[in-house]
Write a protein that binds this ligand. Structure first.
Ligand code: HEC
Ligand code: HEC
Length: 357
């Protein structure tokens, strides 16, 4: 009761009294020549075993580096069981992948993406030799202070490129929020308590929580996805992985029961471009996300106690959506992030494909 009164008081005193000040995302320190090299690699399909996928296939700049699919694309003949996450501000994360199974260096994530059989399925020893065959790479590695194309150098270059993917121009930072978004910010921070997990300038605590998001049945209906899911469960040491019919989230690395079905809090930056939502893409729109939280989240015995039915009015829900949209900035579809096609010798790539077939 006391809390409600305080909120009312603050609202009467004007919205600015309660809303937290926003903090724009700061650019990260990178080696510019290495980042430029990483950018070229990011758009190069020769980084995948059969030269069909580039990082950008699943992390497209127009969609804030996601792929717009509920469940991500995958390597030829395989299927994926997770939603492709945004790479906006990814250099600032404390842990990566929806279950947080990698958490030391961003360049480890680059290796996982390249070598994982259901992602790019690339043997890095071959990748290195492919890069040495391309004079442009030889030149760019030298410009970045490396004697020749190498796996370690390639991973660091991808890391530096990813660190340049930083949000800018969102209404929350420029102070150009609509009145609806300002009202939505108050709901977000106080009544709905969203900020207890979606905190800080990226709107994430980088921690796993169980929100009760339901499973995506396509993982088990599609043999290509299911075989990848089983491969993952087996590799991570889950018992009875053949019979598993749920994504265990952070449990996969902790093996502690209370962490079952908990997933890392995603950033809320750039949501306008990154639908569908959640680790498995099962929620299609921001309106539906707000309905999900208004109902107190999903149905799960391990659900975080902070998620309770909210009883938001129709107006409060619309304000909350307006606020979430105000966290998105300019698109990344600009020169800084896209390696132009004419910079690649696509004939060379075709030659490789033909030689393989
Ligand atoms: C075939 C699709 C696909 C390709 C190609 C791909 N990714 Fe990913 N990426 C994903 C998926 C799916 C996830 C989430 C996986 C999970 O949670 O297990 C992911 C996660 C990530 C993450 C972690 C983001 C976070 O917030 O946790 C980074 C970083 C990343 N990818 C970078 C890259 C880079 C760099 C490349 C190229 C070397 C690449 N990806 C290629 C689909 C792809
Ligand atoms: C207990 C911590 C917690 C609270 C409180 C919380 N969230 Fe979340 N949020 C999460 C987690 C964890 C996920 C990811 C769940 C998943 O992937 O299955 C998530 C996902 C989301 C997403 C999807 C983002 C994406 O890119 O997929 C949105 C949007 C969102 N939350 C908004 C909100 C709003 C609005 C509120 C308040 C009404 C809120 N959250 C309250 C932890 C929380």
């Amino acid at each position: 009761m006391i809390r409600t009164l305080t909120v009312l008081g603050a609202m009467l005193a004007g919205t600015a009294a309660l809303a937290q000040d926003s903090v724009p995302i700061q650019p990260m320190d990178v080696n510019a020549a290495r980042a430029e090299l990483g950018k070229r690699m990011f758009y190069d399909t020769r980084l995948s075993g059969d030269t069909t996928l580039a990082c950008a296939s699943c992390h497209s700049p127009e969609m804030a580096f996601t792929d717009g699919e509920a469940l991500s694309q995958a390597y030829t003949g395989a299927g994926h069981f997770r939603n492709s996450p945004t790479l906006a501000n990814v250099g600032y994360r404390d842990a990566w992948l929806h279950d947080g199974r990698l958490g030391t260096n961003l360049n480890d994530v680059a290796r996982e993406m390249i070598t994982e059989t259901y992602l790019m399925n690339m043997d890095m020893r071959i990748m290195q030799e492919r890069m040495k065959q391309d004079p442009k790479y030889v030149e760019m590695f030298a410009a970045a202070g490396m004697s020749e194309p190498s796996n370690g150098g390639a991973r660091n270059a991808l890391m530096d490129f990813m660190k340049t993917i930083v949000s800018r121009g969102a209404p929350i930072d420029s102070g150009e929020m609509s009145d609806a978004a300002k009202r939505g910010q108050l709901v977000f921070e106080d009544r709905a308590n969203c900020a207890s997990c979606h905190s800080g300038p990226r709107y994430t605590d980088d921690q796993p929580h169980n929100t009760g998001v339901g499973d995506n049945p396509d993982i088990w209906a599609d043999p290509a996805r299911h075989s990848a899911f089983v491969t993952y469960g087996k590799f991570m040491g889950v018992e009875n992985y053949m019979a598993l019919r749920e994504d265990l989230g952070a449990y996969i690395r902790t093996h502690r029961d209370e962490t079952k079905r908990s997933f890392l809090t995603p950033t809320l930056r750039e949501l306008t471009y990154t639908a569908p939502y959640m680790h498995n893409g099962t929620i299609g729109t921001l309106e539906e996300v707000v309905e999900f939280y208004d109902a107190g989240g999903g149905d799960d015995s391990l659900k975080d106690a902070r998620l309770q039915p909210l009883g938001l009015t129709r107006g409060e829900k619309a304000d909350l959506v307006a606020f979430l949209k105000a966290l998105s900035g300019e698109t990344f579809d600009i020169d800084a992030y896209v390696w132009r096609e004419d910079d690649f010798d696509y004939e060379l790539i075709e030659d490789w494909r033909n030689a393989k077939n």
